[in-house]
Design a protein around this ligand. Structure first.
Ligand SMILES: Cc1cc2nc3c(=O)[nH]c(=O)nc-3n(C[C@H](O)[C@H](O)[C@H](O)COP(=O)(O)O)c2cc1C
Length: 344
């Protein structure tokens, strides 16, 4: 069970990009080493650099290169290495152009509609929007065809059980459709486009996928592969701090909460002391670096960069997670996670 892309036969499994600092070179490189698609998260990727708070763009661009070089060394030419760049960040265009210059294999973009992505990339860079509805993917494809005569190489259909920021307006919207229903409507639409334009578009599903049975059920609906996030957090190779990993291991699905993130989107996180504190107290930003387009520093209850940087460093903070985490109760390794999903 492999897909042929970029002159390689790779496993149809993509590791979800996880920021801040959760999927960097070690996780992505080790996933690629197993012949799957490893993904580095670009959001505040330079958070550990000394000059991050003074020159975030320079620190982020430097880290985008450092992490890719380290990941490539680990992967040893196996698999593919992608980068997840969220549309919602202020430096979106600059980060995408830099990723293209560095020759990342794939650019994956969600948290908004990447309507101008094709104009920022060359023809060798694979492009993959993350969407949660047929409406969103049809708008992206119509715009891309009209403006750039380009189609996506991959589409990631992210359902309501995914982790981090979610592509649904509110909790009511989140509960309207299952991942399976979203996959069916997106697959129907993509089939028409593939036939009309004679191009294969790989459809991957994401959000709460935990077993090979989940994968097989979704494959019957026409997906080509899966994107897995949270199960990779509890691996030795994951770049997250040990405190972050322990929060996932020690929490049950019932400890998860849908929150209103300060960036104006809903998100799924562990209902930990940090979240409980933010419900009672406003936490002022330590230093605004103007990272997210939709964030208003004067009204937010806390700063998303402070909250995610703290949790990446194991100092409390916001811990994003996908749903269905009861089975994620111990540290394992990347090879085991991949074979859990991929064995026949
Ligand atoms: C800690 C964490 C951080 C995440 N950060 C990002 C991100 O920066 N950009 C993005 O597009 N998706 C992000 N996601 C979503 C994942 O890439 C993935 O699609 C999703 O979590 C899949 O569901 P699963 O975790 O249930 O497997 C994040 C998820 C988690 C758990």
């Amino acid at each position: 069970m492999q897909i042929n892309i970029k002159e390689k036969e790779i496993l149809p499994l993509m590791q979800g990009g996880m920021g801040v600092g959760i999927s960097l070179s070690n996780l992505a490189g080790n996933v690629a080493k197993e012949n799957a698609i490893g993904v580095i998260s670009a959001v505040n990727i330079g958070y550990q650099e000394e000059d991050f708070l003074d020159n975030p763009l320079i620190a982020n661009i430097r880290s985008l290169e450092k992490e890719l070089l380290k990941a490539r060394e680990i992967a040893n030419n196996k698999g593919l290495i992608g980068v997840n760049i969220m549309c919602a960040i202020n430096d979106y265009e600059k980060m995408v152009k830099e990723a293209v210059r560095l020759k990342y294999d794939i650019i994956i973009s969600g948290a908004g509609l990447p309507l101008n992505l094709p104009e920022l990339v060359d023809e060798n860079t694979l492009i993959a929007p993350i969407v949660s509805s047929k409406r969103a993917i049809s708008l992206i494809i119509k715009t891309w065809l009209k403006r750039y005569n380009r189609l996506p190489d991959f589409v990631i259909a992210e359902g309501p059980l995914a982790g981090g920021h979610l592509g649904f307006k509110n909790i009511d919207d989140l509960e309207k459709k299952s991942l399976e229903e979203i996959v069916i409507e997106i697959k129907d639409y993509l089939k028409e486009i593939e036939e009309k334009y004679k191009k294969k578009i790989y459809l991957f599903a994401a959000g709460g996928i935990r077993t090979k049975e989940d994968r097989k059920r979704l494959m019957k609906l026409g997906i080509d592969g899966i994107q897995i996030g949270t199960p990779f957090i509890v691996t030795r190779e994951c770049d997250a701090s040990s405190n972050f990993k322990s929060e996932i291991i020690n929490a049950k699905s019932s400890d998860i909460k849908i929150i209103n993130s300060p960036v104006g989107m809903i998100a799924r996180a562990i209902n930990n002391d940090f979240i409980k504190n933010t419900e009672k107290n406003r936490i002022p930003s330590r230093k605004c670096i103007n990272c997210i387009k939709t964030c208003n520093k004067n009204t937010i209850p806390y700063c998303i960069t402070d909250a995610l940087n703290d949790s990446a460093m194991g100092k409390g903070g916001l811990v994003f997670t996908g749903d269905n985490i009861d089975s994620l109760d111990k540290i394992t390794n990347v090879k085991e996670v991949i074979s859990r999903f991929m064995e026949e």
